[in-house]
Design a binder for this molecule. Structure first.
Ligand code: PMP
Length: 343
């Protein structure tokens, strides 16, 4: 039995997956009387490809990976949920997460009745590997890491993440939703060959397609097979896949450099305001900022039509607002509003 097989929940290991009509015949031509669809053509009367072959080919070329290493989900949120459903026995297994981090790890764990063990990052949001691994026990199936981390913005050193993968005998998820904004690099190339490593990426952030809901998991063929078996058969709509192909073919300038330049400009200007205590270094498209009275500043910005994320009640982020980098004009409007803020 492979190491991965021994981690899989017994009901999943024994699962006979749903076989779609289009699993049995996937030719383009024919008289389709197999799937109880409407025969009247409108572009969407047929079910979409459950294997998402066209979009996967395109993304594999883009990422330099093989199809057997790529899973596509309804946002990377779907992949997060699938990891719990495949590997964690409800009420028995646990997952170790870093704190603060992306809230969906905890929510997906709660939905799946899986205990989460948060490991606090340092005051500078650095990660203590010994503390992390020391929190794991024999029932820890998964460690969730997020790099660059939301909401702190920092990426962890690649060597540290790989060392954690080497030392932990379960599944390590590295969520790279914001990796396109970071110079610290991706673990995607390692995920194809390293047993137990799952790298999550998304079209929602730098690729500007949050409304389409397309996320990626990159991992070994064994894990990708499990995820494909457990997902809803038609988890990506035809409309979303077509639109994503259209955007990817157009090779639109994603303005990542502009966003990074704006991030750095915002960070340096923000520090001049007397009520700004700290702007944490960011490898993402947002800045976590500690201010004197986060609730008051949040309310003031809201009154001025500027919506930011109040993270001040998140442990480790006391007094902090998270500011997404917008268009240069929007960032200017934020700075202008801050100029007129009276503490
Ligand atoms: N991971 C992180 C760290 C995120 O911040 C988010 C969304 N804010 C996601 C995953 C979810 O992304 P998606 O739109 O692909 O579901």
């Amino acid at each position: 039995m492979s190491r991965i097989t021994s981690l899989v929940r017994p009901n999943i290991a024994a699962l006979a997956p749903y076989s779609t009509a289009r699993d049995e015949y996937d030719g383009p031509l024919g008289i389709f009387l197999d799937a109880n669809e409407s025969p009247y053509q409108n572009g969407y009367n047929r079910y979409p490809d459950p294997h998402q072959s066209v979009l996967k080919d395109r993304l594999c070329t883009l990422k330099g990976i093989r199809k057997e290493n790529l899973f596509l989900g309804n946002g990377s949120d779907e992949a997060i949920d699938l990891v719990f459903r495949i590997f964690c026995e409800p009420g028995k297994d646990n997952a170790v997460i870093i704190s603060p981090s992306y809230g969906m790890y905890g929510v997906a764990a709660a939905i799946n009745d899986v205990e989460v063990r948060p490991v606090r990052l340092g005051d500078d949001f650095s990660l203590d590997s010994e503390k992390l691994l020391g929190t794991c026990d024999p029932r820890t199936k998964v460690i969730f890491l997020c790099s660059p981390n939301n909401p702190s913005g920092n990426a962890f050193p690649k060597g540290q993440l790989l060392d954690i993968c080497d030392r932990f005998p379960g599944i390590v998820v590295v969520d790279e939703a914001y990796v396109d904004f970071s110079e610290k690099g991706s673990l995607a190339a390692e995920a194809s060959s390293r047993e137990g490593l799952i790298v999550l990426q998304t079209l929602s952030k730098a690729r500007a397609m949050a409304g389409l809901r397309i996320g990626m998991a990159i991992s070994s063929p064994e894990i990708i097979r499990l995820m494909s078996m457990v997902k809803y058969p038609y988890n990506l709509s035809r409309a979303a896949m077509e639109k994503a192909m259209e955007f990817l073919e157009k090779k639109i300038d994603l303005q990542v450099d502009t966003i990074i330049n704006e991030r750095e400009r915002l960070a340096s200007v923000l520090l001049h305001f007397p009520f700004v205590r700290k702007v944490f270094p960011s490898d993402a498209n947002f800045l976590l900022t500690r201010v004197d009275d986060a609730d008051s500043l949040y309310g003031y910005l809201l009154d001025n039509g500027i919506i930011v994320r109040n993270r001040s009640r998140v442990p480790g982020c006391e007094g902090c607002l998270r500011l997404t980098v917008g268009l240069p004009g929007e960032n200017e409007a934020l700075l202008n509003a801050l100029e007129h803020y009276m503490v």
